[in-house]
Design a protein around this ligand. Structure first.
Ligand code: KIV
Length: 281
């Protein structure tokens, strides 16, 4: 794998803290976020300049070959979080490492604290949980105990069986109002980031503007969020079979993986990605 020398020298790139990320957000700079599951890709994402690496439970699909994220265990997440965090620390230590809480590990605040502690001790700086209003007391419980939280609403893949498939959420007035309430309650509980997945662009713009201390990160949610995330395998064109409609293969405009990641970061910062979600749903 070749690494291009075009990234700024490590010495010029200070480590990102939640504090500096929130400053970026309040100043209107777009946040770039990619998934990574191992040391090599985490090092490239760091070099490319992403602010947040999500060790996503999507690893169940793209690494383990399952057809949902449900089989992923806390031990799987601990292992991959450790691989990514070790690499980031050895490399430039710049991005925030966000650990994803797998299915069935945060049904109560106490269980969530125990599970989140495992990921934090593996090197995560923050954890992500899927769910709306019902999760607000858990978010508050974690934040109060020193664990920063990223929420995740809209299409929540761990609930694929109750949602009836991987489909756009928030299309009716009631569903849109519910998502707005979810976002407001999660922010009030202390979540500082919120992934909006497969939500109509107009709604995600409204949610983004309604929040003031919680940065929205879109995936299939239009350009008006505070930042964007893509699953690594989707943006490198590695995904076989059903590629999400909102994904873009950044290898089309790059000759190395590092260049593709850098193109993603630039496109997010310059609001050139995503381009067509406004018309997609
Ligand atoms: O697990 C994951 O990769 C995710 C993203 C799709 C946001 O949750």
């Amino acid at each position: 794998m070749s690494v291009q020398p075009s990234a700024p020298p490590a010495s010029k790139r200070a480590a990102i803290t939640l504090h500096s990320l929130m400053k970026m957000y309040s100043e209107g700079e777009k946040i770039s976020m990619l998934t990574a599951y191992d040391a090599s890709f985490a090092a490239l994402a760091d070099l490319a300049g992403v602010e947040v690496i999500l060790v996503g439970d999507s690893l169940g699909m793209v690494c383990q070959g399952h057809n949902s994220t449900l089989p992923v265990t806390l031990e799987d997440m601990r292992y991959h979080t450790e691989c990514v965090a070790r690499s980031v620390q050895k490399q430039h230590g710049r991005p925030i490492v966000l650990g994803d809480m797998p299915f069935g590990t945060y049904a109560t605040p106490e269980q969530a604290f125990r599970s989140a502690s495992v990921l934090m001790q593996a090197g995560a700086h923050m954890v992500k949980l899927e769910g709306g209003v019902w999760l607000a007391p858990t978010v508050e419980f974690l934040v109060t105990r020193g664990i920063p939280v990223c929420g995740h609403i809209g299409l929540t893949p761990q609930s694929v069986n109750t949602l009836g498939g991987y489909r756009v959420q928030g299309r009716t007035d009631n569903a849109a109002q519910q998502l707005m309430q979810d976002a407001l309650q999660l922010e009030k509980a202390g979540a500082q980031m919120l992934v909006l997945e497969m939500v109509p662009a107009v709604l995600s713009g409204d949610i983004t503007r309604a929040l003031s201390t919680c940065a929205t990160i879109g995936i299939g949610a239009g350009v008006d969020t505070a930042g964007q995330i893509l699953v690594l395998h989707d943006m490198l064109g590695v995904t076989q079979g059903k590629v999400p409609k909102f994904a873009h293969n950044f290898m089309n405009e790059a000759s190395t993986i590092l260049e593709a990641m850098q193109a993603f970061v630039r496109a997010v910062k310059e609001q050139r990605f995503p381009v067509n979600e406004l018309h997609a749903w």
